[in-house]
Design a protein around this ligand. Structure first.
Ligand code: FES
Length: 163
């Protein structure tokens, strides 16, 4: 019984992935199924949280050294393409000087992902907007170290950003 269920689930998953391959590039599929940069970060130096017009949210966490990004992570409650776009935003930011990271736009994310269907383009915008919010937070926290003391938590131990 359980073996039948597992087999049915595997078949369902394979068919969902097969359907997705007809719509999305291999780079999107790769990052959706194996989002290397997905995850929360404790005590990030920069944090951004943006909710898009579709109602989905992306959060990005950054750490930098010598004005160069040394770690970037994201989480989202959004769709497959948001996972891919959030992952790509972090991937592109890694190792970049802050100034260069600010230049990571929706279009660059789209290009690196091999494009997205028209209806998913806003997912790349959400990722680039969130990256910018995290970069701005990093700069503000660096300029005004006292702001770190005022980081809020949402009751689940997750940081909400500045008061
Ligand atoms: Fe909401 Fe992708 S559909 S971010």
């Amino acid at each position: 019984m359980s073996e039948d269920f597992d087999k049915a689930m595997d078949e369902l998953q394979a068919s969902v992935i097969e359907d997705a391959r007809k719509i999305y590039s291999e780079k999107v599929i790769e990052r959706w199924l194996n989002p290397k940069y997905m995850g929360e970060m404790e005590n990030p130096q920069g944090y951004g949280k943006v909710t898009g017009t579709c109602g989905d949210t992306v959060q990005i966490f950054l750490r930098a050294d010598n004005n160069k990004i040394i770690d970037a992570r994201f989480i989202t409650d959004g769709c497959a393409t948001t996972i891919a776009a959030g992952c790509m935003a972090c991937e592109l930011a890694m190792g970049k000087p802050l100034k260069e990271a600010f230049k990571i736009t929706k279009d660059i994310i789209l290009e690196e992902l091999g494009g997205l269907p028209e209806e998913s383009i806003h997912c790349a915008l959400l990722a680039s907007d969130t990256l910018k919010a995290a970069l701005n937070d990093y700069i503000q926290s660096k300029n005004d170290p006292w702001r770190k003391l005022y980081k809020k938590h949402d009751g689940e131990g997750k940081m909400q950003g500045l008061v």
